[in-house]
Design a protein around this ligand. Structure first.
Ligand code: SAM
Length: 296
């Protein structure tokens, strides 16, 4: 991961990675304080009473998902998101690793509250950097385990077939310093309380889709940041696959970091009610424009 232009990655050949490696993410240390704070977040209990779906769904809330006070307890069937990566995108806050993970914990704790028993939290995340490599997935398993989510599987989102125009090999045809160039990201699947949904509901997935979606590698072309107008959108197809695999037709779908609104759009296209949270006004406007453009 190197310095990024607003919409997408600059040419690898001439990239300057100093900003990335000087970022807060590379400040070391998950200390005892971190685990104390994590426990404190876990023990902070908030309760939001039930309300009619029409009062709180099909909206993008222009606020932080650290408090999702609009959403009643145990009212959401599926949460799908891609969190800010904290790597210098314009919306990133350059938090150090501990503060970044605490942000993820505050949001994760709210996700836990709003999910129905057996509901799923699917997180799209990539591991970052090379010198050293930051195994974000490992940290995400750690913190969501503390929050009492059950790990329920991992999907490799394969974004390209093979070598693209990147040539950041590290050392060419030499064992001196070969670098691995990721052509994938992860979808970590967590469940609340139970690996099966205790409630019965209708599913709308086809036989072929079910067969391919239950395999651990999904090949889906990435979305163009420039076309969408957001630095890191994921494709509608990815969100649709997650929605049809992990939610019933009348489940509410939530994206706590909704960006350009892709998850909400996929929910609408698949006939599900949705809710999104986003702190940047510009992206809220974009998400609402995209949602207005489709029926449902
Ligand atoms: C990786 S992007 C999500 C992109 C989205 N999946 C899409 O397809 O457009 C993460 C988003 O989270 C937003 N964000 C960052 N911190 C947030 C917070 N505390 N609450 C809500 N949104 C936040 C950022 O502004 C950014 O748009």
């Amino acid at each position: 991961m190197s310095k990024t232009s607003r919409f997408g990655t600059g040419k690898r050949e001439s990239h300057d990675s100093s900003e990335f490696y000087n970022s807060g993410l590379y400040t070391p240390g998950l200390t005892a304080t971190f685990f104390k704070l994590l426990e404190r977040i876990k023990s902070t209990k908030r309760t939001v009473p039930q309300r009619d779906l029409g009062e709180w769904t099909n909206q993008i809330y222009r606020s932080t998902s650290e408090r999702m006070g609009e959403i009643p307890d145990e009212s959401v069937g599926l949460v799908f998101t891609s969190p800010p990566y904290n790597v210098g995108k314009e919306y990133d806050q350059n938090l150090d690793l501990m503060d970044y993970l605490l942000l993820m914990c505050r949001v994760g704790s709210e996700v836990y509250r709003v999910l129905k028993p057996g509901g799923r939290y699917v997180i799209n995340i990539a591991n970052l950097g090379r010198k050293p490599y930051i195994p974000m997935t490992a940290y995400f398993y750690l913190i969501h385990g503390v929050l009492e989510f059950q790990p329920a599987g991992e999907i490799i989102w394969q974004k390209a077939k093979g070598a693209n125009n990147s040539c950041a090999w590290g050392s060419w045809m030499s064992a001196r310093a070969p670098r691995i160039r990721d052509i994938h990201e992860y979808l970590l699947v967590f469940a609340k309380d139970d690996f099966s949904r205790p409630d019965k509901g209708e599913s709308d997935i086809s036989r072929d889709e079910f067969m391919s979606n239950t395999l651990s590698i999904w090949e889906v072309m990435p979305e163009s940041a420039k076309k969408i107008g957001h630095p890191a959108p994921f494709p509608v197809e990815l969100a649709s696959r997650v929605i049809r695999s992990y939610s019933y037709v009348d489940d509410v779908i939530l994206d706590p970091f909704c960006g350009s609104g892709t998850t909400c759009l996929a929910a609408k296209l698949n006939g599900r009610p949705y809710v999104g949270y986003e702190i940047m006004e510009e992206y809220c406007d974009l998400a609402e424009r995209r949602l207005l453009g489709v029926g449902g």
